[in-house]
Write a protein that binds this ligand. Structure first.
Ligand code: SAH
Length: 351
């Protein structure tokens, strides 16, 4: 699919044509990934952040937010709970903060591997290569770092004070590949200033970077941030646009793991997650962060009626998967694209 075709899908409004897009994405998903939906437990381990991203409620400049870092024992308990609930993976996510000591994280990764035996995904922002290497050696399997937008000028605009133009994130994604991480990335849909060309380029960049997990969620305005009241750009941050992007992502990157994101579940609390799974998605990420911390991980406003008990939450998520005729994946749920990359590397003779 070339950039013109992608652009024309992004602008498509005809319901019959869109049905074709959903069918095509769903067929590709079924043929490459099967019917299983994998569950990843998320633990939001700290909301401290030294960056000032214009879209994110965790930004350093948001003085209205009380800050926390979960204790090591809380994190371990969360991982063990994930294991008990039958999840194969735990994702540790946080703001980007040097105070989140690299050796402390490495120790936690080691303990999760030893005591819970889970696949560990880290999503701790832009950290240096030595730290990423340390965490890999400690046993981390996956790293999630969204490039947010492929447009360097827009990246710079929404990441003030960043010495970079967004290329650091893209460079880091390449480094993560070299370190043998299973690599996750993605972008925000409808961030103010994003054009259709930008969104099409975002999709093509995901393909070029050959990322293994792709989380593209709708931008949700947070009134406590500079982008809280900005008029939207050309790309609407709507539910429909999110489905289009999920479907196109599946068609362009057939072997990747694609979650129906929490942000999608927020814009349509009734059936957003299900529709995402029927339009390219194959992963859900129940949030296992203890309630006392969860409300402080305020990237964007979320409805308060979330189920707080983790066991009930996971049971409800499983029910939603079974209701649309899909099955529950068990174990790590490695992406097809990562397995193919591994096979390819193993076939290349070492000199
Ligand atoms: N500090 C880490 C983790 C960030 S939070 C990092 O920078 O990688 C995870 C994701 O939340 C971000 O990558 C971004 O894509 C998303 N996000 C932040 N603010 C958002 C908003 N207002 N609406 C939608 N998604 C948002």
């Amino acid at each position: 699919m070339n950039i013109q075709e992608i652009r024309s899908w992004l602008a498509e409004t005809d319901p019959d044509r869109l049905e074709e897009l959903w069918d095509r994405a769903d067929r590709v998903r079924r043929e490459t990934m099967g019917d299983r939906v994998f569950l990843r437990g998320i633990l939001e381990i700290s909301n401290k952040c030294s960056r000032d991203c214009h879209y994110c409620g965790l930004r350093a400049g948001n003085s209205r937010l009380a800050r926390y870092t979960m204790t090591e024992e809380d994190i371990l308990d969360g991982a063990i709970l994930a294991r008990q609930l039958g999840l194969g993976t735990v994702v540790l996510q946080a703001g980007e903060h040097p105070g989140l000591d690299a050796r402390w994280i490495a120790g936690i990764v080691r303990r999760i591997k030893d005591e819970a035996g889970l696949v560990v995904t880290l999503s701790l922002g832009e950290r240096n290569i030595d730290e990423l290497e340390l965490w890999k050696r400690a046993g981390a399997d996956r790293y999630l770092l969204k490039f947010e937008t492929s447009n360097p000028a827009l990246f710079k605009h929404i990441h003030p004070g960043s010495q970079t133009t967004g290329h650091t994130r893209i460079e880091l994604l390449k480094q993560l590949h070299l370190l043998d991480y299973e690599v996750g990335s993605g972008f925000m849909i409808g961030i103010p200033g994003q054009t259709y060309d930008d969104a099409a380029n975002d999709l093509l960049l995901l393909k070029r970077l050959d990322v293994h997990m792709i989380g593209n969620g709708p931008f949700i305005a947070n009134p406590d941030t500079p982008l809280g009241n900005t008029p939207r750009g050309q790309v609407p941050n709507t539910e429909l646009m999110t489905y289009k992007i999920m479907a196109l992502t599946r068609i362009l990157c057939p072997g990747s793991n694609i979650p129906s994101t929490t942000a999608l579940g927020t814009v349509n609390t009734q059936c957003g997650l299900e529709l995402g799974l029927q339009r390219g998605g194959n992963v859900l990420m129940p949030n296992l962060t203890p309630a006392k911390y969860k409300k402080l991980y305020a990237i964007y406003p979320t409805p308060l009626r979330d189920i707080t008990d983790a066991a009930q939450l996971v049971a409800a998520v499983k029910e939603r998967i079974l209701c649309i005729g899909r099955t529950i994946g068990t174990g790590p749920g490695v992406s097809r694209s990562f397995m193919q990359q591994r096979q390819h590397h193993n076939e290349v003779p070492h000199d």
